[in-house]
Design a protein around this ligand. Structure first.
Ligand code: C5P
Length: 235
C-alpha cells in the first residue's frame, strides 16, 4: 500500500459514527488537518455515507470504508472490485481465511489496503465463547492474523493489547490498526479492550481509531489535537 504515515496526524483515524451526512460533514470541517483518515462505518453507510465517502476521497481526504465484508467468495471479490473504483484507502473484511482470499482476488493490484478484522474490540473472552469459539479471544486473533498474512491482506484491525504479539506474526509490512483507544480519563463506552493513544503506538500500532472521545467533545478540534500530541510523544 502506498499510504505510509508521514507524521502523527496521519496516524489518527476518526470514525464518523453519526446519524447524518450533515453531521459528518460538520465534523470533517471542524477537524480538517488534525485527522489523517476519516472512517465511514455502518451507521453512516445506511444514510448516504457511501456517496459521502467518495466525495471525501475526491476532496483529497484519506477514507476508510468500514464495511466488514463477509459473504460467499464471489460476492466478496466483486464487492472489492467496486470498492476499488470508489477511491478508498482502507476497507475492512472479516478475517475468515477464504473471505480474505476472495477479497484479495478482487484487488487486481489496486492501491487499496485490505484490513482483516480479527476480533471486535467490544468483545472479550466471554463473548468469544458465547459466539461458539473454544479458545480465548487472543488465540482467535492470532490464528486470524496468520491467515491474513497468508492471504496477502494489507493489514489487521486488532486491539492494542494484541498489537505487539501480532507484529511478529504479521511481519513488518502489514499495517496494524487499533480501535478501542481512549485518552486517559475518558469513558470506555462499549469498548472492553482499551488502551491510551500513546500506549497503542508504543505497542506497535501504525494507526489508531479514536471516535467518541473526539466526536463527543465540545471542542472536537482540540480533542483531536490532544490525541495527535499523545501519538507524537509516543513515536
Ligand atoms: O467511538 P469509538 O472510538 O469506540 O469507535 C471505534 C470505531 O472502530 C467504531 O466505528 C467501530 O465500529 C470500529 N471498530 C471497533 N473494533 C473493531 C473494528 C472496528 O471498534 N474491531
Amino acid at each position: 500500500m502506498s499510504f505510509k504515515p508521514r507524521n502523527a496526524t496521519d496516524r489518527l483515524i476518526l470514525p464518523l459514527d453519526v446519524p447524518t451526512v450533515a453531521e459528518a460533514r460538520a465534523i470533517v470541517e471542524e477537524t480538517k488537518g488534525v485527522v489523517g483518515v476519516y472512517k465511514v462505518g455502518m451507521q453512516l453507510q445506511f444514510a448516504g455515507g457511501l456517496d459521502f465517502a467518495q466525495e471525501l476521497a475526491r476532496e483529497g481526504h484519506k477514507v476508510f470504508l468500514d464495511v466488514k465484508l463477509l459473504d460467499i467468495d464471489n460476492t466478496v471479490t466483486q464487492a472489492v472490485r467496486n470498492i476499488v473504483k470508489m477511491g478508498m484507502t482502507f476497507v475492512t473484511i472479516h478475517a475468515y481465511p477464504r473471505t480474505m482470499r476472495a477479497a484479495v482476488a478482487g484487488l487486481e493490484g489496486a492501491d487499496l489496503c485490505l484490513l482483516g478484522v480479527t476480533v471486535l474490540t467490544s468483545m472479550d473472552d466471554e463473548d468469544v465463547k458465547a459466539a461458539g469459539y473454544a479458545g480465548a479471544a487472543a488465540e482467535l486473533v492470532k490464528s486470524r492474523a496468520i491467515a491474513a498474512r497468508a492471504a496477502g491482506m494489507g493489514g489487521l484491525v486488532c486491539s492494542a493489547h494484541e498489537a505487539s504479539a501480532l507484529r511478529e506474526l504479521a511481519g513488518p509490512d502489514m499495517v496494524l490498526v487499533t480501535p478501542g483507544v481512549r485518552p486517559a480519563g475518558s469513558s470506555a463506552d462499549d469498548q472492553k479492550r482499551i488502551k491510551t493513544p500513546g500506549d497503542a503506538i508504543r505497542a506497535g500500532a501504525d494507526f489508531i481509531v479514536c471516535g467518541r472521545p473526539i466526536t463527543g467533545a465540545t471542542d472536537r478540534r482540540a480533542a483531536a489535537e490532544a490525541v495527535v500530541a499523545e501519538i507524537e510523544a509516543a513515536l
